[in-house]
Design a protein around this ligand. Structure first.
Ligand code: DC
Length: 219
């Protein structure tokens, strides 16, 4: 029988650096990478595009069910990376019915990573707690909210967009509160997660610490 793929779960709040870290880990280890935030973004964007309300569980679950496996495997990233879509994503993500629909795709990815990869690095909010509680390594990436807002402002400005720090900080606090306090799959570190605080770390230092943790798990 083929060996079970290795699963590395990377969770954390917005702009914590988890996406960059997950992508780098996947490239370094030769594993497939899944950004699960894009799935919720695709659902949020579809609800809004159809004139629906992201807080309406029925509309959100309908949009989730309408996503094809092809949509999920190759989401239109450029269109989904706006703060308006992030807001809709955070709202649809609070509905258990939406999470149930997306669960299967995420689990399938972990069990059979595309391209025959020997492992998967999956990033999100509930990978280590709900989607892959048996993951081989779990990393929870944190950073102070002020530093995360600063990073987001820089990223938006680099993309040529207007960004006001106070506004970004306010939005980030609102999203954090929603992600952490929702009743289904709230954002919390798994009991066995390595908590990586990147407040004072750049991307290289965070990557080095994560690799060190993963290597230690394999001893
Ligand atoms: O990581 P992101 O900013 O792309 O995520 C967008 C929203 O999706 C975020 O507010 C919370 C939600 N999300 C979630 O609930 N569970 C995940 N595994 C990933 C994202």
């Amino acid at each position: 029988m083929a060996e079970r793929p290795v699963v590395i779960a990377v969770d954390g709040p917005a702009a914590s650096g988890k996406g960059t870290l997950a992508r780098r880990l996947a490239a370094h280890l030769g594993y497939a990478h899944l950004d699960t935030g894009l799935l919720y973004r695709a659902v949020g964007a579809a609800v809004v595009a159809g004139g629906g309300d992201p807080d309406d569980a029925g509309a959100a679950a309908g949009a989730a069910r309408a996503l094809t496996p092809a949509d999920m495997a190759a989401p239109d990233e450029a269109r989904l990376r706006t703060d308006a879509v992030a807001d809709a994503a955070g709202r649809v993500a609070a509905h258990g019915a939406v999470r149930d629909v997306l669960f299967r795709f995420q689990r399938g990815f972990a069990e059979a990573p595309p391209g025959g990869a020997k492992g998967a690095v999956i990033d999100g909010r509930d990978i280590g707690t709900v989607i892959c509680p048996d993951a081989d390594a779990k990393i929870f990436v944190e950073a102070e909210v002020g530093v995360r807002a600063e990073r987001r402002v820089k990223e938006l400005r680099e993309r040529g967009l207007d960004a006001i720090h106070a506004r970004v900080l306010q939005d980030m606090k609102a999203r954090d509160a929603r992600d952490r306090s929702r009743s289904v799959a709230p954002l919390v570190p798994a009991d066995d997660a390595f908590v990586l605080d990147t407040t004072a770390l750049d991307a290289d230092a965070a990557f080095a610490k994560a690799l060190e943790f993963i290597a230690g798990r394999n001893k």
